[in-house]
Design a protein around this ligand. Structure first.
Ligand code: G3H
Ligand code: 13P
Ligand code: ZN
Length: 309
């Protein structure tokens, strides 16, 4: 069933677990995700970035997500725009049937972020769509925006309260030390849990927070990629115990893209290298789809999001 995120976040907050928000770019990824969620009986957020829309054509992704909804009517599925950069892309997604959009004004100053987010909230709410916003700046690359190492900034708890009050956004992505991509930490992984606790404490009880850049970059898959001809040295993500901990602290949505990319790429590399004479895409995309499903099921265990239909 296609839903917005209100009910799933409410249950997640109360139950001390988080909803997985997985990025999609093609059919195999969508099928792997929905297969994993159906098996684990987990509500889910399927999210589409501007880059994914550019790659696949928005219509194809929307129709594929609709197919997932039709195949598994028992699974609550939110269709979400990831990192909407302006009001225009958010409006397009609202108008085309998305149930949730993110307006990412984190690259603007506070006042402009408030103004832009409020504009999107007013429009989306008038159409029954929920809005995620972002305050604080994550490091890393997302589509065309690159925030260099050292240029990120953590979310200020006082500002978070003012931001939510003034914009009316339904959930808030916070910066506490995570970053996008496969290279999140040079030394030991560290997240600012005190800040997270403070933000959650100051916001109204039950207010859902969002963690971006939350892939674990599971070493097994980095090693598999490298074993079969890849070159991803020094990749490091957020340890799983930190993700579980955040899921019990008001984080209701955890964004995962890199872990899916690594699983998919590892399996495609392996299949191609082990079967050099094969040129049937189904023979390498099939195992990649299975790997996505396994990865999603593992993630749902870590998030505590199992048997919640
Ligand atoms: O936040 C970034 C997501 O991983 C999406 O990445 O913009 O390359 O599709 P993308
Ligand atoms: P990762 O790069 O850690 O998977 O984060 C994805 C994300 O935040 C998408 O918005
Ligand atoms: Zn993100």
């Amino acid at each position: 069933m296609l839903v917005d995120t209100k009910e799933m976040f409410k249950k997640a907050y109360e139950g001390g677990y988080a909803i997985g928000a997985f990025n999609v770019n093609n059919m195999e990824i969508i099928q792997g995700i929905i297969g994993g969620c159906a098996e684990k009986k987990s509500p889910i957020i399927i999210q589409v970035s501007a880059g994914a829309r550019k790659y696949a054509n928005p219509i194809y992704l929307r129709k594929l997500i609709e197919a997932a909804v039709e195949e598994h009517p028992e699974v609550p599925i939110a269709m979400h725009l990831d990192h909407g950069a302006d009001a225009d892309i958010c409006r397009q997604c609202v108008d085309s049937g998305f149930t949730s959009v993110m307006i990412d004004g984190s690259h603007h100053d506070f006042e402009e972020n408030v103004r832009l987010t409020k504009e999107v909230v007013d429009y989306a709410h008038s159409k029954g769509v929920v809005v995620e916003a972002e305050l604080g700046k994550l490091e890393g690359v997302e589509d065309d925006v690159k925030v260099a190492k050292g240029e990120g900034s953590y979310t200020d708890p006082d500002q978070a309260v003012e931001f939510v009050e003034r914009t009316g956004c339904d959930s808030l992505a916070v910066a506490i030390g995570t970053s996008h991509g496969a290279f999140k930490f040079q030394g030991d992984p560290k997240l600012d849990f005190e800040r997270l606790e403070e933000i959650s404490k100051r916001l109204p009880k039950g207010y859902p927070l969002v963690l971006h850049g939350a892939s674990t970059v599971i070493p097994e898959f980095v090693e598999l990629c490298n074993k079969y001809g890849g070159d991803i040295p020094g990749a490091k993500g957020v340890p799983e115990d930190m993700i579980s901990k955040a899921s019990k602290m008001g984080v209701c949505k955890v964004n995962i893209d890199t872990d899916l990319r690594l699983a998919m790429t590892a399996m495609i590399r392996k299949a191609l290298q082990e079967n050099p004479s094969n040129f049937d895409p189904r023979k390498y995309l099939g195992p990649a789809r299975d790997a996505i499903k396994e990865m999603v099921m593992h993630k749902l265990d870590i998030l505590g999001n199992v048997n919640h239909l």
